[in-house]
Design a protein around this ligand. Structure first.
Ligand SMILES: NC(=O)c1ccc[n+]([C@@H]2O[C@H](COP(=O)([O-])OP(=O)(O)OC[C@H]3O[C@@H](n4cnc5c(N)ncnc54)[C@H](OP(=O)(O)O)[C@@H]3O)[C@@H](O)[C@H]2O)c1
Length: 207
């Protein structure tokens, strides 16, 4: 209810109900790629596959924004490359670090000015690879970067009847705004009840 996606210690399982989680798998299946920040990989060790019934004909490409390649080679993600493509979008140079992942994950260099993965360059690389729809699943820091860069056209989030409090991790991390006029505004498109949760959909308002 209060826009938090995890406790302050990173625990996020489970906030929403099983129907919402099943819907997330459908959302993954409907996109060419699923993207998370490395913070989510380190906290949750997720697979990020679309586990729908029946399974989708093709799994989305699973991408981690991971500037200095902190994704553990022993993670479930890296070790499930047999289920579909795994990409680590990095800002570091050098093939030596990518050797850690042998053939299990591709490493793309998409560095920005701040030594981090550059959202725009990552999108451009995706386009070159034929990846045209990207489901940014979190966490809050990565989501904030994409919102800030103006690269998000739809927000869909599940609001569960639970309070986590201000010490929890926010769905959208700091945007560094000082003027209300600069706050990105969204159009509320729908609110759908899913079990005990509500799935809210917003589209970006462009001027
Ligand atoms: N409830 C939910 O639906 C849900 C969904 C997803 C995640 N989560 C929770 O969210 C938490 C993780 O969220 P988080 O905000 O701490 O981490 P995050 O957004 O998953 O990852 C942040 C990290 O991504 C890397 N990164 C690379 N390029 C970036 C860029 N341009 N902008 C921002 N980050 C970039 C940075 O590490 P480097 O500098 O090392 O690259 C950064 O620290 C976990 O507890 C997870 O359980 C919850």
């Amino acid at each position: 209810m209060d826009g938090r996606i995890a406790l302050s210690n990173g625990v996020s399982q489970w906030i929403t109900g099983s129907e919402s989680r099943a819907r997330v798998h459908r959302m993954r299946a409907e996109h060419d790629a699923v993207l998370v920040g490395v913070g989510t990989v380190l906290a949750d060790d997720p697979l990020l596959t679309a586990r729908t019934i029946p399974l989708p004909a093709k799994q989305p490409v699973r991408i981690v924004a991971d500037s200095s390649l902190r994704t553990p080679p022993e993670s479930r993600l890296v070790n499930s490359s047999g289920l579909g493509r795994v990409v680590l979008a990095a800002a570091t140079e050098g093939a030596r670090s990518s050797e850690r992942y042998s053939d299990q994950a591709e490493v793309w260099q998409v560095s920005g000015h701040d030594g981090r993965v550059d959202p725009k360059r990552l999108i451009d690389r995706c386009a070159v690879e034929g990846i045209n729809s990207i489901f940014v699943e979190g966490g809050g820091k990565l989501a904030a970067s994409f919102v800030k860069a103006g690269l998000v056209n739809v927000i869909q989030w599940f609001r569960a009847p639970i309070l986590i409090g201000g010490d929890g991790l926010p769905a959208i991390a700091a945007l560094g705004l000082t003027e209300m006029a600069n706050a990105p505004r969204w159009k509320s498109v729908s609110a759908e009840r899913i079990g005990d949760d509500v799935l809210e959909t917003y589209t970006v308002l462009t001027d």
